[in-house]
Design a protein around this ligand. Sequence first.
Ligand SMILES: [Zn+2]
Length: 190
Amino acid sequence: MNPEPRSAIERRRMAQLPPGIATRPRDARGYPISFVTALGPDGTPDFTELDGPRRAKAIIEHLCGLCGQPLPLIRAVIGGPQVVEHRLAMDPPMCVECAVFAATHAAAGCPFLLMPNARYRKDRATRPSSPLVAQERPQTMYLARTYAHNGVRLALPDGSEEVLAQCARWTGLQEIRAGELVDARHLLRK
Ligand SMILES: [Zn+2]
């Protein structure tokens, strides 16, 4: 006997989630709502936006940007070549398990991987350019691992400040290619 076909929502609700993400609330379609996902006045998540104060809180208090739990020692950052080069990330570091899940399961609801273009477009209108903060979604995305980060305040040309995660050296680097993780350690400088 074939099992009963399930709706997409039901499949998402049944999906095996990393333990941290499994504790997160879901939206009406069954997508887990990450710790930094912006919520509208009625509580509806906007996956194209990050909640600014919670983004900064996660970086400063060493909470996973996806599940909101305290980070384990080894943590992961998802970003483009600029993030890899400067080790400076706008998005909070994540549990490795959460980051791998977000990188390989786009439907998980990771705001960055799902709808990055909308987010960057909105940001670009209001945010002055900084050489350290990418203004557009990078062509190539990486999952980098490290053992520590600090919250640093970066002054922008308009006088505002952004909290970024300054990471310790990378202990691992993988390229995210169509939902697969491909070893990219050869790109790390000595
Ligand atoms: Zn997590």
